[in-house]
Design a protein around this ligand. Sequence first.
Ligand code: FES
Ligand SMILES: [Fe+2]
Length: 378
Amino acid sequence: MSTKTEISTDDVLRERSPRRLGQLVPNGMLEDNYPRNMWWAAAHVDEVKDGPLARWILETPVVIYRLENGTPAALYDRCPHRWAPLSEGHVCGDKIVCPYHGMEFDTTGLCTKAPTQKMQPNIARIPAYPVREAGAFLWIWMGDPEAIDREPPEVGYQTDPNWSFLHGYYEVAANWVMIRENVFDLTHIAFLHKNTFKQNDWINAPDSFMEGDVLCYQQEFELAPLSPLFCAGMGLPEDKPVKRVQKGTMPSLAISFSDWNVHDPAPEPGRRSDFIMRGCHIVTPAQRGRTHYFWGSAFDVPALSDEVIAKTKASVIEAFDEDKHLLEIMQRQIAADPRGLSYLEVTLGPDKGGIRVRQILNKMLEAEGRPPLKGGLA
Ligand code: FES
Ligand SMILES: [Fe+2]
């Protein structure tokens, strides 16, 4: 006599109530799930200096460049003649010139010159996108320009000389919502990053709450050694017990901050007792299933030495590589599994922040008249 104790995948899908399976609040990670009417980060300012930059943003090829006076501009990166990417061309004055047959376009996307004929083809026009410079990034609005109702997020600290702003970039082969949720999913730090962050007292996640339309969390920790990632930036020994107040905010789906407010109760004579490390997580959908991830770690300490910057960057990258590796495997596996999103998704208490991210996303899509995201069983 055999006793069946294993539960097969099909058992799970068949025997439970479909309403209890799948995503109670979908994240749409296999679909076009990004709002258009908001500012997304297009590039770090240093990436757009000497000529056009090609970048996929919201599944659209975009060329970003600067006018003679330094003002940034962005156009659809496809010439309307024979579709050459304008990013392969060059900037001449305030015009961008197609590499193939030399047509020129102004910042509104209008063709102002077609050198191979006398007449300008007045239907030759390409989409142009509003761009703004804020902090260390260029921000782009890919939706309806009439719907612009705010400026890009306030990130002045990134260029404030009283701060040292370290930053880096990844292209992650995972949907942007997975990264957005990951940075509000704090309990993974004690597990996925146990050998890098080593902030292993972070087992209980804080409650998340809304302040207006900003998603927030706040959590206080008793005396414990600080993650070695941030000790050098604050000039603290790695084994010194300090107090922490962890505070996170997400002013928009494009950007969130995680502030490590650190208090050293017994500073060396003449040394500060309070420091901030402001983590910054910027995500921008690229091509389907791919995301630009710009990260920042800023210390409220001016002019950190090259040595401290190099050490801190190397250890942050080592930790973020762990996220990238796992999220890319998750994306690949879920996309390849014919069940897709039609599978049990258990939500734990600490996932409340991530669920709020999905709710905010769904509300924004609804406001744009887009269909709700699919989740659960089809
Ligand atoms: S493809 Fe651009 S000018 Fe011909
Ligand atoms: Fe992580």
